[in-house]
Design a protein. Structure first.
Length: 399
């Protein structure tokens, strides 16, 4: 027996599994502790049910996820609009070092993924999916690039990326605290007198984010849709002219970065990150839920062991790099140790994971304003400036 659901019903299910994920996160301490995203929790449960029904020949469920790409495009555009160059000035030298380290990590993760895939006699593009896409990129990038890689002929790429991102997310939460504790014990680190750093929230960069109304909200929607339209056109044109695959959402994101900083030069009272953040959160939740609930788990059963081996190597690498190289580059002090906790969190999972790792440290040992300035800015916005070109280049090298 087969049941097919249309676009509207699929979106309803996406919202339903998202709400289920929120409920379970509030009820199950493990999920809350490791900051497992609500769409991942609810979506994977839905996918498991579908797999069970299919595996026992009870029912085949087909979902119409054609609108998923629209929500994904919108989310990545909001990410681009958050990348103000003003934030770079606030973060200073420490932010630049951390940012460059994240770019290096993306390159290293792709090298590890591709090398391990070849060693295990897998297609190199599978290694790319278990590289920076799913590790540093997390579920968002796994969903976005997984679709692209499936179009290049790798069946199950999306499922592989989402599975790897989930394992990486848990690993990032598990190793962050122990690594920071090791560094603090070895170097006898304690919080220093906090520097006077002005509030670096989005609200301080955009002081106009004080009132949310329909007029200002529609202005933000107009800016987002303009970036989406121009970005997808330029992305498609670039691919057609050069033969180099540049997904439309990547073009939209980079157009959004340019538009954001042009608008900032003209007027600081146009972009409202409060509104854009709401739109980004909603579209991210829906497109991740749609991606996870439609994941075809039966396609990756045979790859379970190779995927775990590749992820294990990724975890070992980020731990060694963090302890022996990045910690020293960041100043070899308490702030550096806290930032290492954040680095392992979003280097294997997501920015909320990074914040959770750092919060666990500072709540016990004391504040670190520098860490809570640098890590969220890079992890949430700036990281894609390096990571996306590296990912796209690697995909094109092996496609």
């Amino acid at each position: 027996m087969m049941i097919e659901f249309d676009q509207v019903t699929t979106i309803f299910f996406a919202l339903a599994v998202y709400m289920l994920g929120i409920f379970l996160n509030n009820k199950i301490p493990f999920l809350n502790k490791f900051c497992i995203p609500a769409p991942v929790v609810g979506g994977l449960l839905f996918a498991l049910v579908i797999t069970f029904l299919r595996g026992f020949d009870i029912l085949i469920i087909n979902l119409d996820t054609s609108l998923q790409s629209l929500f994904m495009l919108t989310f990545f555009t909001t990410v681009g609009l958050g990348a103000s160059f003003k934030l770079l000035k606030i973060g200073g030298k420490l932010l630049i070092i951390y940012w460059l380290a994240c770019g290096f990590l993306a390159l290293a993760q792709n090298i590890i993924g591709v090398s391990m895939a070849k060693l295990l006699n897998l297609d190199p593009l599978i290694g790319v999916m278990v590289g920076a896409i799913s590790m540093e990129g997390g579920h968002g990038a796994a969903t976005a690039f997984g679709t692209t890689i499936e179009e290049l002929g790798i069946d199950g790429a999306l499922s592989i990326g989402l599975a790897a991102a989930t394992v990486g997310l848990v690993a990032g939460g598990l190793i962050g605290g122990p690594i920071v504790k090791y560094l603090m014990n070895k170097y006898q680190l304690k919080p220093t007198e906090a520097e006077e750093i002005s509030d670096t929230s989005m609200g301080s960069v955009n002081q106009q984010d004080t009132e949310l109304n329909s007029k200002s909200f529609m202005i933000q929607v107009f800016i987002i849709v303009f970036c989406m339209a121009l970005g997808t056109y330029l992305g498609d044109s670039f691919t057609e002219w050069t033969g180099f695959v540049l997904p439309g959402y990547v073009g939209a994101m980079f157009v959004a970065v340019i538009v954001r900083n042009i608008i900032d030069r003209i007027s600081g009272n146009v972009i409202q990150m409060k509104s854009i953040g709401i739109i980004g959160d909603i579209t991210l939740g829906i497109f991740l839920s749609m991606a996870l609930m439609s994941i075809q788990l039966w396609e990756i059963v045979d790859l379970a062991l190779p995927l775990l081996l590749i992820i294990l190597v990724q975890v070992i690498f980020i731990a060694l790099f963090s302890i022996f190289i990045l910690f020293k580059m960041l100043g070899k002090n308490y702030d550096a140790a806290v930032m290492i906790g954040g680095f392992t969190g979003h280097g294997l999972g997501a920015t909320p994971n990074a914040i959770a790792n750092m919060d666990a440290v500072v709540s016990k040992f004391g504040p670190s304003r520098k860490a809570f300035l640098v890590v969220p800015l890079v992890g949430a916005f700036l990281i894609d400036v390096f990571a996306v070109p590296i990912i796209i280049t690697t995909i094109n090298l092996f496609s």
